[in-house]
Design a protein around this ligand. Structure first.
Ligand code: ATP
Ligand code: MG
Length: 335
């Protein structure tokens, strides 16, 4: 309503919706990219199967969660059902085997936080990271993909927020800003909280999917084809939602006390989670609870300097949408 009255003086909200949708559509990867990804995955499966016949490969991250941009890397998880395996040994052996295929820049990074093999496939031009037994990432990828099927406005909003974050340089975890995964969770949480709600809380419903990974219970309602009309009582368009999202993170979120939680579909208190003080490097200056690893704050990478950068960027975005006659240009201006 506030945006409507603002926009009334400046033009037509439908024009804004159309401009945002045009940007969203320009960011959707072409179908042929999927085919190339499949081709590379098939090659990898053939190689892996020679050494570990029981092993399986799963895609995770932006190539599988429906929030991928064109030319994203392929994130692959190799699962081996054997508690005894040594991840470094597996990665080193895998790198050896891949080296003898027609693949380039094969490198095993066994000391990384998440150890991986990196490679580039010259046939498809796709770069790929392979990790071992990182099943939680595969499951949280499925959760995001399932949410995306319920209402297309999630995919629209998350694409625009990711595009904004990449353009403005605030999608760099090693510089203390947030991961794409964190931004998508922020979008889901925001849409769970619109009135009427645009998204349900899948983990608050009777589970139809259930798996335990590393002692973490990952169950939720995944029959999302039964929820397709869920958000239809809310008629807000994408311009209204982009405005609401930035307005929330600029002016309404209580950074001192609140934790956003997609798992419960509510706001939790930092006090209840014992996230009120700095422990090690975790400062909890912006708190985003992981839906499964609930002791894990996706805002933990944010420090005293980067929280300022982030909040200034949220405010800049909110101001542009509030006052600029043509917000789509300035909002995504490279920093
Ligand atoms: P981009 O388009 O920027 O590459 P992405 O969807 O691949 O986006 P990333 O933030 O690179 O997003 O994360 C890749 C995947 O790794 C996520 O989808 C998620 O499954 C997992 N992941 C990333 N960060 C975390 C984290 N801090 N905790 C748990 N899982 C994570
Ligand atoms: Mg990625």
């Amino acid at each position: 309503r506030q945006l409507r009255s603002q926009v009334a003086c400046r033009g037509d909200i439908e024009t804004w919706n159309a401009s945002f949708l045009a940007i969203y559509e320009s960011l959707i990867p072409a179908e042929e990219e999927k085919a190339k990804q499949k081709q590379l995955l098939t090659l990898l499966e053939r190689v892996v199967c020679k050494e570990w016949p029981e092993a399986r490969l799963f895609l995770y991250g932006s190539c599988a969660n429906s929030f991928g941009f064109p030319k994203s890397d392929l994130d692959v998880c190799l699962t081996i059902d054997d508690a005894e395996i040594n991840k470094s040994d597996v990665l080193l052996r895998l790198a050896d085997m891949l080296q003898s295929e027609n693949l380039q820049n094969v490198q095993a990074l066994t000391r990384a936080r998440v150890p991986i093999v990196k490679l580039m496939d010259p046939t498809t031009g796709i770069s790929c990271d392979i990790c071992v037994n990182n099943v939680l990432a595969v499951v949280n990828t499925k959760l995001l993909r399932d949410y995306a099927q319920i209402d297309t406005r999630l995919r629209q909003l998350a694409f625009l927020v990711k595009h904004w974050a990449k353009s403005r340089g605030v999608n760099e975890t090693y510089q203390g800003t947030l991961s794409s995964y964190a931004y998508v969770l922020m979008c889901i949480h925001f849409l769970q909280h619109r009135r009427p709600a645009i998204l349900p809380c899948l983990q608050g419903m009777k589970p139809t999917y259930s798996i335990t990974v590393d002692d973490v219970d990952c169950s939720y309602f995944d029959q999302v084809e039964n929820l397709l009309g869920f958000g239809s009582h809310n008629r807000e368009g994408i311009a209204q939602l982009v405005w609401g999202f930035f307005n929330y993170w600029a002016y309404r979120h209580d950074y001192a006390n609140d934790v956003i939680s997609v798992r419960t579909g509510t706001i939790l208190s930092k006090r209840a989670k014992d996230w009120t003080r700095r422990i090690g490097n975790d400062r909890h200056l912006i708190c985003i609870e992981d839906p499964f690893e609930i002791s894990h704050d996706l805002g933990r990478v944010v420090d005293k300097r980067s929280i300022r950068v982030l909040r200034e960027e949220f405010e800049r975005a909110a101001e542009i949408i509030q006052h600029d006659p043509n917000p789509c240009v300035k909002l995504f201006e490279p920093y």
